[in-house]
Design a protein around this ligand. Structure first.
Ligand code: GLN
Length: 246
C-alpha cells in the first residue's frame, strides 16, 4: 500500500494531453472513466493535464489524448514536437496510452490536411494521414480480437494508412474507420491503443479501460488484482450504441 493513501493499492497518474485544444465529442470522458475504474479496482487515480507551454509531469502511468479540429492540431504542433522524444521514449518503454482521432494522427508520421498543410507527427506510430474532401461521420462497430466488439462514433476528414510497424485495432463491421478503402480501424503498437472513435470511447468499452489500467499497474507494482467495477451503465451504453443507425 502506498503511504498516505489508506485503503489504496497504489496511485496511478493519468495524463491527458492537450485537453484545451484536443478534446472534442466528450473525449475527456475517457480520463473520467479511468479515474472511476481505478477507484473501483482499489487504486488512487491522479488526473493530470498537459497543455501547450506546460512543464511535462513526471511519473506518468497512463496517457490519454483526444481529437481536435485541424485548427487545434495546428495550435499544438510546435509544442508537440518539443515533447516528441519524451513521448516516443514513453511509447517504446510500454506506457499504456489511448490516442483518439486527432492525437492518433499526430502520433503518426504526419497529417497532411485537406488544405495542404503538413502537420508533422512525432513518429511514434508507423501511420500517415491525408485529409480528404470526404467527411467520415457516424456510428462505428469494430470487431477486435483483444477487446471484443468496440463501439463508438467517428467524425474525421483525415484518412490514415498503417505501415508494417503497427497492427490495426480491428476490422470495421459498421462505419468507415481508418480510411475508406481497407476496412480497418485504429492501430495497436506496444501498449498504445489508437482509434478514430469518440463518444467517448471508454464508457462503452470498459475492456479497453481495464487493459490500460492493468498494464499501468503491472508496470508500476508488478501485478494487478482487479476490484469489482459496476458495469451496469457500461452495459446499457453498449446496448444503446449498438442499436444506433449509421
Ligand atoms: N481534424 C482531424 C480530421 O478531421 C481530426 C478530427 C478529430 O479528431 N475528430 O481528420
Amino acid at each position: 500500500m502506498t503511504p498516505g493513501t489508506t485503503g489504496s493499492k497504489g496511485t496511478i497518474r493519468v495524463l491527458q494531453l492537450y485537453p484545451r485544444d484536443m478534446n472534442i465529442y466528450g473525449d475527456w470522458g475517457n480520463a473520467l472513466v479511468l479515474q472511476q475504474r481505478l477507484k473501483w479496482h482499489g487504486y488512487t487515480p491522479e488526473l493530470l493535464e498537459y497543455n501547450v507551454g506546460d512543464a511535462f509531469p513526471d511519473q506518468v502511468d497512463i496517457i490519454v489524448g483526444g481529437g481536435g479540429q485541424d485548427s487545434g492540431q495546428l495550435v499544438i504542433q510546435d509544442d508537440l514536437q518539443s515533447r516528441a522524444e519524451t513521448l516516443r521514449n514513453m511509447t517504446e518503454d510500454g506506457t499504456p496510452m489511448l490516442l483518439i482521432c486527432g492525437m492518433y494522427q499526430l502520433f503518426g508520421r504526419f497529417f497532411k490536411t485537406r488544405t495542404g498543410e503538413v502537420i508533422p507527427g512525432i513518429g511514434a506510430l508507423d501511420v500517415e494521414t491525408y485529409g480528404t474532401d470526404e467527411r467520415l461521420i457516424g456510428n462505428v462497430k469494430v470487431t477486435t480480437a483483444e477487446f471484443g466488439e468496440v463501439l463508438g462514433y467517428e467524425n474525421h476528414s483525415g484518412q490514415t494508412s498503417l505501415g508494417p510497424g503497427v497492427a490495426p485495432l480491428g476490422t470495421v463491421a459498421k462505419g468507415t474507420g481508418n480510411n475508406s478503402s481497407d476496412g480497418q480501424e485504429g492501430a495497436r503498437y506496444r501498449n498504445i491503443v489508437a482509434s478514430y472513435l469518440h463518444g467517448s470511447l471508454l464508457p462503452k468499452n470498459p475492456a479497453i479501460a481495464d487493459y490500460l489500467i492493468r498494464t499501468a499497474v503491472e508496470r508500476k507494482y508488478g501485478s494487478f488484482t482487479p476490484g469489482t467495477p459496476d458495469d451496469h451503465y457500461a452495459v446499457l451504453a453498449r446496448e444503446h450504441a449498438a442499436r444506433r443507425p449509421r
